[in-house]
Ligand binder design. Structure first.
Ligand code: TMP
Length: 240
């Protein structure tokens, strides 16, 4: 008998359901797309399927490299069992090249390589537009302990290292990406949320073509095709 599941949270791109097991949530990926803190809205056909599958494959790859993630089991093309975590109220962005808000905030040319990966902290708060903060804000305001802050940065850089190498083998440059973290009841940290074309910038190494949500944000066209192409490369790269 199908159990009725309690909707715990509905975000812009996903729904999260409670399950009979208090340690487990189910995530359902939608095709809805937003940008600029929800001011631009749309629909990307098949996005939920790509983001679910790609996140799960990349989480598994990260686990193989010792990075703990919330991933438990893929249930269907849009649904996945994940660990039920208490989310940290921050978004962590790692950048390898200048792009997006870093380019616009500081008036720097998009595409310039950075001398080393840059980790940025944002306060996750839609009403405030997810403002940029510092690691010190996160510590002093009590969102994370100093030990957790160090662990968050260590894990974010480890994710960057693993994904950058894997994607380079598929002819894709990882320009930047956003991570979210959660802690379990024992206080252990995990990479959570998703790792997908919604949350990363992927540039084709050969052509420079954008294979991510910037095609939607910037009205570049070929959005569905870009999601299909990056999924094809990730799937091929992780084929057994
Ligand atoms: P940004 O250049 O707009 O700050 O974005 C940096 C990275 O974070 C980029 O890969 C897209 C991702 N991102 C999200 O996943 N969610 C968001 O709400 C924003 C603004 C960016």
């Amino acid at each position: 008998m199908a159990e009725v599941q309690e909707l715990r949270y509905e975000g812009k791109a996903k729904r999260v359901y409670a399950t009979a097991d208090p340690g487990v949530f189910e995530v359902e990926y939608k095709d809805d797309a937003t940008a600029f803190n929800g001011q631009k809205r749309g629909h990307i056909a098949g996005k939920g399927v790509v983001n679910n599958r790609m996140s799960n494959r990349l989480f598994r790859l990260l686990e193989q490299h010792g990075v703990p993630t919330h991933f438990i089991e893929e249930l269907s093309e849009r649904r996945t069992r994940v660990r039920a975590l208490t989310m940290l109220p921050v978004e962590i962005v790692v950048r390898n090249r200048i792009a997006g808000s870093l380019a616009s905030r500081l008036g720097l040319p998009e595409g310039t390589p950075l001398a080393q990966p840059l980790v940025e902290w944002y306060y996750k708060n839609d009403a405030l537009g997810d403002p940029l903060v510092s690691r010190a804000h996160a510590e002093v305001l009590g969102w994370v302990s100093p030990q957790e802050a160090a662990e968050v940065e260590r894990l974010a850089l480890a994710v960057n290292h693993v994904l950058r190498e894997f994607l380079a083998q598929q002819g894709v440059e990882l320009v930047d990406f956003k991570l979210e973290f959660g802690r379990d009841s024992a206080g252990r940290l995990y990479v959570a949320d998703e790792i997908s074309p919604d949350t990363c910038r992927f540039w084709d190494v050969a052509t420079g073509e954008k294979l991510d949500k910037d095609r939607f944000r910037r009205d570049l066209g070929g959005v569905e095709e870009a999601y299909a192409e990056i999924w094809k490369r990730v799937e091929r790269g992780l084929a057994p």
